[in-house]
Design a binder for this molecule. Structure first.
Ligand code: PHB
Length: 401
């Protein structure tokens, strides 16, 4: 696989206007300074540091900082420098923000969390051939028809966590399910994954309820669910919205109604403390669980708690592994960030033990990974078993090059 397209800063400059253009020209700094010291490798994060997804961006960043610190801030013989930008999980600002980071001369882009931001970011990253690791956003297209040699994911495709939950409920004989999700790419694709898994059991989706992102007004939705009385509900909510949904569900008296609340695991990731008793017993599927019993996870969780004073979650795992992918790329080239084809080859071939279990990438650059059935017990996402082993995204339409 090669990076054939010629590098063009022009696209980014056009978007940024003249003022940023001066900055971009100043950005053509040679890698080596005259005195023989090497410039730092610049890692630009486009992540939400405000709004409903703020705690997700924070966990990703914290774990990256931890991974860099474990390597004493040196990878491939070069120092690492983080350049942070708040995406606000706002798709309309994504093009400008991505261009800003590229003009700021970053060697790697890491981000985003929100699929809508990812669609804009990936377009520019592909054109500009910037090495990019997506530490969350699951937009299926990015490891599907819009796949690109220089773009990798350390997280999941939106389809992935949905499919196993659909399979689990189908196998348990659940017949009538309502889907309820934030109505944008991530929620819709998550719901599609669920439907694909659930269809195999012959059940019926009795209703799909979309809630505009990032709205958290759930009263009418919950009344509707109560009146439909399905066997179960499959949801896609995360961060602040997930806290609110789970608490509102309990407050509306649905917890003991015989309707089971399930979802993509984001519903209970990094938020169980805030959800309190309302989260107890909620089952979800995800590529991570707090109690995964492997050596890497135990050490990872202990170190994270010690460094940041809080429990790690899936977002932290994805940030940690994004930093590990950067390390692998830099070690392969002795820190030469110009050797993109070699960095790409190194990441493509990487297999390592992640806190989530074995990690490797598909040909479309999306993780092939186990999906666990989890249940919240005493505020902890406990693993109940593997729902689907080594699940690969269908990756429809990906042609690299
Ligand atoms: C997404 O927009 O792709 C997204 C956001 C938050 C999550 C998962 C996926 O927890």
């Amino acid at each position: 696989m090669s990076t054939k397209k010629t590098f063009s800063r022009r696209g980014a400059l056009g978007l940024m206007g003249a003022a940023a253009g001066a900055g971009a020209l100043a950005g053509f700094t040679p890698t080596k300074f005259a005195i023989g010291q090497q410039a730092k490798v610049r890692v630009g994060t486009l992540l939400p540091y405000s709004g409903t997804y703020a705690r997700l961006g924070e966990a990703i960043t914290n774990a990256m900082v931890m991974r860099f610190a474990q390597s004493k801030e040196m990878m491939g013989g070069r120092e690492i420098e983080l350049v942070k930008l708040d995406s606000e999980a706002a798709p309309p600002k994504a093009t400008e923000n991505t261009s800003k980071l590229i003009s700021d001369n970053v060697d790697f882009l890491v981000g985003p969390v929100h699929s809508g931001v990812a669609m804009a970011m990936a377009k520019i990253a592909r054109e500009e051939e910037v090495m990019t690791i997506i530490p969350n956003a699951g937009a299926d297209q990015i490891t599907g028809p819009l796949c690109s040699p220089n773009i990798f994911r350390s997280s999941f495709s939106n389809w992935q966590p949905g499919y196993p939950m659909g399979r689990v409920l189908a196998e348990e004989g659940k017949k009538r399910v309502v889907l309820c999700y934030w109505n944008y790419g991530a929620g819709q694709q998550s719901a599609q994954g669920f439907k694909d898994g659930f269809a195999e059991g012959g059940g019926e989706i009795v209703k799909e309820i979309g809630v505009p992102f990032p709205e958290v007004e759930f009263q009418s939705v919950l009344s509707e669910i109560a009146s439909i009385k399905p066997d179960a509900v499959y949801t896609f909510f995360a961060g602040g919205g997930a806290v609110k949904f789970v608490k509102d569900w309990a407050a509306a008296g649905l917890k003991d109604s015989g309707i089971e609340l399930t979802g993509a695991g984001f519903l209970t990731e990094g938020v169980t403390e805030a959800q309190g008793a309302a989260a107890e017993g909620v089952r979800t599927t995800l590529h991570y669980a707090d109690t995964l019993d492997n050596d890497v996870n135990g050490i990872f969780r202990r170190n994270y708690k010690e460094m940041w004073g809080k429990e790690a979650d899936v977002y932290a795992v994805q940030g940690y592994d994004a930093a590990e992918m950067i390390r692998i790329a830099l070690e392969a080239t002795g820190g030469d960030t110009g050797a993109k084809a070699d960095m790409i080859k190194a990441i493509e071939g990487a297999t390592f033990d992640s806190p989530r279990g074995p990690f490797k990438l598909s040909a479309a650059h999306n993780p092939v990974q186990n999906f666990y059935l989890r249940k919240v017990v005493n505020g902890v996402n406990e693993v109940q078993g593997i729902a689907v082993e080594a699940l690969s995204d269908p990756g429809k339409g990906c042609r690299m090059g």
